[in-house]
Design a protein around this ligand. Structure first.
Ligand SMILES: CN1CCN(C(=O)c2ccc(Nc3nc(-c4cccc(NC(=O)c5ccc(C(C)(C)C)cc5)c4)cn4ccnc34)cc2)CC1
Length: 287
């Protein structure tokens, strides 16, 4: 039950007996146009209870460990922050299962950066986008929740350049070992620090490394890190201490923050909490 002093989470009121709070009744969901396809299959826009815009991931069979995910969904629905894409719930009484989240109208940050003209994305806007991602990640860090695949492709854009972090923690349930093992073709090598490349040791500090790469993606308006260099070569370069170059037109103060995120030792990287303060100082002073 929801204590009356706390605003009921969007998933509240679902307990009509046959449904748990994080379970969504598919009869209350109308599926609309396709938004794209990802690691798990098709994603469509949906209307929940006639009025709530949602994004519905329809999980292709065999792509994720469903029971483990459904267990975790309870925890994920409790993670609520203005810079996290809210998980409303799951439809798990049928196959494929649906993951239902809030809808973000402008799609992934990666595509938004590449398709929006540079004059609309001045340094102040770009820095604000990084600060929003940092706030969402600082919330996850406070809740000891590791993302494991933070990148511009896994952040989403709403109206007025609102940016939210999506799919936090979902990587743990992917069954495709091309994605899960660091030697696999789909493993996000270009966002991984040395301790993940060598020992797949994920932590909030490995998310911080990925955040540094996300900042580079933002300030290059959606360039691919290390260009067309193959994943195996990037792993080599990162091990040797080679770092991404300063994006054209990027302030030194901002590039220095990226460098802090790419410290070889995880304990030498700042927390998201510290990064949030650092970025706020830059936003207030130089921009
Ligand atoms: C003017 N433009 C026209 C084109 N356009 C769109 O078509 C467009 C508009 C809105 C979109 N919104 C969303 N799109 C998605 C979406 C769409 C396709 C694929 C995916 N992602 C996935 O399927 C996915 C992501 C990550 C992962 C792992 C576990 C590996 C981390 C696995 C699977 C998400 C999720 N959303 C959650 C909230 N809002 C959205 C997506 C696309 C953007 C606007």
């Amino acid at each position: 039950t929801t204590p009356c002093d706390r605003p009921a989470p969007p998933t509240a009121g679902l307990s009509h007996g046959q449904y748990d709070k994080w379970e969504i009744d598919p009869s209350e969901l109308v599926l609309l146009e396709e938004l794209g396809a990802g690691q798990f299959g098709v994603v469509r826009r949906g209307k929940w209870r006639g009025r709530i815009d949602t994004a519905v991931k329809m999980m292709k069979e065999g792509t994720m460990s469903e029971d483990d995910f459904i267990d975790e969904a309870k925890v994920m629905t409790k993670l609520q922050h203005q810079n996290l894409v809210q998980l409303y719930g799951v439809c798990s009484k049928h196959r494929p299962i649906y993951i239902v989240t809030e809808y973000m109208r402008h799609g992934s940050l990666f595509n938004y950066l590449r398709r929006t003209s540079p004059d609309q994305l001045g340094p102040a806007v770009l820095l604000d986008m990084c600060i929003q991602v940092c706030k969402g990640m600082a919330y996850l860090e406070r809740h000891n929740y590791i993302h494991r695949d933070l990148a511009a492709r896994n952040c989403l854009v709403g109206d007025e350049n609102v940016v939210k972090v999506a799919d936090f923690g979902l990587a743990r349930y992917v069954l495709d070992d091309q994605y899960t093992s660091s030697g696999g073709t789909k493993f996000p090598i270009k966002w991984a620090p040395p301790e993940v490349l060598n020992y797949t040791r994920f932590s909030s500090k490995s998310d911080v490394w990925a955040f540094g790469v996300l900042m580079w993606e933002v300030f290059t308006c959606g360039k691919v890190p290390y260009g067309r260099v193959k994943n195996s070569e990037v792993a080599e370069m990162v091990q040797r201490g080679m770092l991404l170059e300063k994006p054209k037109g990027c302030l030194n103060e901002i590039y220095n923050v990226m460098r802090l995120c790419w410290r070889r030792l995880p304990e030498e990287r700042p927390s998201f909490r510290a990064l949030k303060e650092e970025l706020a100082v830059i936003a207030n002073s130089v921009l």
